[in-house]
Design a binder for this molecule. Sequence first.
Ligand SMILES: [Zn+2]
Length: 325
Amino acid sequence: MRKIQTVLGPIAPEDLGMTLVHEHLAVGYPGWDCDPLSRPYEREKMVKLCLRALEPVKSYGVKSIIDATPLDLSRDVEVMKDVSSKMQIHIVCSTGRYTEEEGKWAYLKARSRSKIGDLYTELYEGFMKEITDGIGRSGIRPGVIKVATGHGSISPFEEAALRAAARAGRETGLPIITHTENGTMGPEQAALLVGEGVNPEKIMIGHMCGNPSIQYQMNVLNKGVNIAFDRFGIETFVPDRVRISMLVGLLGVGYTGRIMISHDFMCCVSGRGGRLPDEVTQKTARWSPTHIFQDIIPALKTAGVTDEQIQTMMVDNPRRLFSGE
Ligand SMILES: [Zn+2]
């Protein structure tokens, strides 16, 4: 059976265990390094912050974390490697690209560049370079491909990234995980990737819990793909109670085998930092890498969800995302 690439090397799919399928160790939005007031970039401090946030998940039985940071959000595989070996937890990192609005596209948009190569091919070659040779000189290879689209539309750049990811995924067997902006464009992402010949079992459409329509969730699921309710604790747009209601409903009508859960937590964010408005702070007060275990699983159980269903979402489905079976 095909091995799963982690930042410390390949593992067998059955060794993945309980998995948080969408979290972030270190993130930096493009331009943070142009802010003269940004904090210095200190890996040792970042590792400490990651360990402080993530260590508690081990007591709940988490064995693996997928870091969904694409290559253009200041992904740092050295931090991941250090955290993985210190914590003795598997970390799977991503290649891939973020949205046109918030990702790092300026280089590919530059007129001189667009005269040299075509976008789709350059994106594809970039993903393949990381998958086959490793990221930079680290020797670390990504285990998933992450792609993203904006709110309510897929730009030509994002579409090229999705198609390039589909080709790289098809050729290498790596799963494709996505960012949707508040759950919009989920059916379109799924249709595009499946249309490009990607095995639907190896696709996880992300942030679907941002869309409060059950019918919409089913429109995505009915394309044969997996979906992720991966923003538990971020209640700025959708309260967890709505997420839980939708999840209980979908589990109740037979979709347990195709839903995964996570937090989209960010252990450290580069830049100058600062205080968020009180309203945001209040609506993310429970957001942490253990929130699912402390608050969400008990609520699901109260609603009649079984231990077996939780095991399916957190252990079996992540394993199947990689194995495609
Ligand atoms: Zn994310």
